[in-house]
Design a protein around this ligand. Structure first.
Ligand code: ZN
Length: 128
C-alpha cells in the first residue's frame, strides 16, 4: 500500500451554513491538535465550494474522523489521504461525509510531496 503521510478534512459550507462551519471549527480546535487552514469563501484549487482545510497526522484518523461523522451537522466533509499523489488522493482514494461535491480535477498534480503538518490548535480533549 502507498504510504499515507497525513490526511486533510475539507469542511465545506455555503453562506447559509457558514455559522455552523464556524462552530465546528471552534470545536475541532478545542479538541484536536491539527493544522487549521484559512477560510476560503471562494473556490480555491480543486475545491469548487467554499471550505476550510483541517490537516492532521495519520494517528488522529481514528478519533477525528468518527468525531466529524457525528458532529458535522449536515455539512459536507471530504477526507482525503496525502500519499504524494494528489489527483488519486482526491478523486479515487477519498471518502465523503454527506453529499459528494464537484472537484476540479485539472487543478490536481499526479505527484507532489505531501506538506508537513504543523499543528496550530491547542486541542487536548481527545488527543490520543
Ligand atoms: Zn486537501
Amino acid at each position: 500500500m502507498t504510504e499515507i503521510a497525513s490526511y486533510h478534512a475539507h469542511i465545506y459550507y455555503s453562506p447559509a451554513t457558514r455559522p455552523i462551519a464556524e462552530g465546528l471549527r471552534e470545536q475541532i480546535a478545542a479538541r484536536f491538535s491539527v493544522q487549521l487552514g484559512r477560510w476560503h469563501d471562494r473556490p480555491v484549487g480543486p475545491h469548487a465550494t467554499s471550505m476550510y482545510q483541517v490537516a492532521f497526522a495519520a494517528e488522529l484518523f481514528p478519533t477525528l474522523v468518527p468525531w466529524l461523522m457525528m458532529h458535522r451537522q449536515g455539512l459536507t466533509v471530504l477526507v482525503h489521504p496525502n500519499s504524494g499523489e494528489p489527483y488519486n488522493d482526491h478523486l479515487h482514494n477519498a471518502l465523503w461525509l454527506g453529499a459528494v461535491l464537484p472537484i476540479t480535477a485539472d487543478q490536481l498534480p499526479r505527484a507532489e510531496a505531501p506538506s508537513a503538518i504543523v499543528p496550530n490548535t491547542q486541542g487536548a480533549a481527545e488527543r490520543l
